[in-house]
Design a protein around this ligand. Structure first.
Ligand code: MRU
Length: 373
């Protein structure tokens, strides 16, 4: 009975769904399965895919059914619940030993977003304490990861919006909204909060080649909420910044190294360079789970290389000269010196560097208590 209750639809509690300026959920748990809004089909179709095995969860992450660093972490946590359920049914005495390969499968699904490994480590810590049926406890932990992510985004929204002192237009890259997170968003969460407070009047969104997360996802989220959005080709950003209308550039992050270097969607680095040249401030918004103190600097961050077809094809049509070779890194690294403000749920770090990052993580560990990690 307890298991039955815990496996019910947590997104229907109203806690996750009833937030202003935040209508959509990329990840949800229903009737003992993970459901993912298939982001490859947006904005044309809104279709949830039911994911009932850990292998299917790993494949959905790899294939970008679910994407965005925090959303990947949340989906992976639910993936662990699926893995534990299968391993427990298969062999109650062996589930803990057998689940190791499942965790490795999830961890390998996408290499740059550190939130994925962060969520797996957190689930592993809980696994170590379980005796008996692992399902209720692991599901509770996955739901906690999901809800804490939304709460962190809300907090970052308030902190970041307070930095937008001049009412005007902002520029963003990729999709960092409800679709990329547990809900509400990181950089787009700040934009939501700032719009609600009257501090943003328009959002310029890079289309974000080759997956078009800006055109398909960010524009979709903003249009749905009536927030004015103007799309631009990625290559138009420097000209826009020169025009003087943009008060801040806001982006998310997939991994932040110990010195504050930021890995994010390909194209972020040249946006940061252009912003600095034109004296436009550059804000990175990310939860502390995105910080990886084990890597000294950005060059240590593994950068995912994706298939050539992503550039050679568009909507199933060939768009490039046959025979051309392709370089398709999914992310780039922006040096910390180009970041004016890093907004986390534990506070704002101005001009991040190694010392300030270490202090941020030490302070957040203190706030979270001795069991956090
Ligand atoms: O390849 P994607 O779509 O997963 O890349 C997403 C990004 O780069 C986001 O900016 C990042 O994950 C932060 S999302 C809150």
């Amino acid at each position: 009975m307890l298991i039955r209750c815990l496996f019910m639809d947590f997104t229907a509690t109203g806690v996750l769904m009833s937030l202003t300026y935040d209508q959509v959920r990329a990840v949800r748990w229903r009737d003992d399965a993970l459901e993912l809004l298939d982001q490859r089909l947006l904005p044309a179709e809104q279709q949830y895919r039911r994911v009932q095995s850990v292998a299917a969860a790993a494949e959905a992450i790899r294939a970008m059914v679910v994407r965005g660093a925090p959303a990947i972490g949340v989906a992976a946590a639910y993936g662990v619940v699926l893995a534990a359920a299968a391993r427990w049914v298969e062999s109650p005495g062996q589930w803990r030993a057998r689940i190791a390969t499942d965790l490795a499968l999830l961890a390998a699904a996408r290499p740059t977003a550190v939130n994925l490994c962060w969520a797996l480590r957190r689930m592993e810590r809980v696994m170590a304490e379980i005796s008996g049926d692992p399902r209720p406890r692991l599901l509770a932990e996955a739901v906690a990861i999901h809800e804490e992510d939304i709460a962190a985004n809300r907090r970052m929204g308030a902190l970041g919006a307070a930095l937008l002192d001049t009412r005007g237009a902002v520029l963003t890259h990729c999709n960092t909204g409800s679709l990329a997170t547990g809900g509400y968003g990181t950089a787009l969460g700040v934009i939501r909060a700032a719009y609600a407070a009257g501090r943003v009047e328009r959002v310029y969104a890079d289309e974000t080649r080759p997956w078009l997360q800006g055109a398909r996802l960010t524009a979709w989220e903003l249009v749905q909420e009536g927030i004015p959005v103007t799309l631009l080709a990625d290559g138009a950003a420097a000209a826009l910044l020169r025009g003087g209308a943009i008060t801040w550039v806001l982006v998310g992050a997939d991994r932040i190294a110990a010195n504050g270097d930021v890995a994010n969607k390909i194209g972020t680095y040249h946006l940061a360079l252009a912003a600095r040249y034109h004296r436009v401030r550059f804000m990175v918004v990310a939860p502390v789970s995105t910080v990886d103190l084990s890597l000294a600097c950005g060059t240590d961050i593994p950068i995912e290389q994706r298939a050539a077809e992503e550039l050679l094809m568009l909507g199933g049509q060939a768009v490039a000269a046959a025979g051309a070779e392709v370089w398709n890194p999914s992310f780039d690294v922006t040096p910390a010196e180009l970041v004016d403000a890093l907004v986390t749920e534990h506070g704002v770090v101005w001009a991040p560097d190694t010392e300030k990052m270490a202090r941020l993580i030490a302070d957040s560990a203190e706030l979270a208590g001795p069991d956090a990690g």
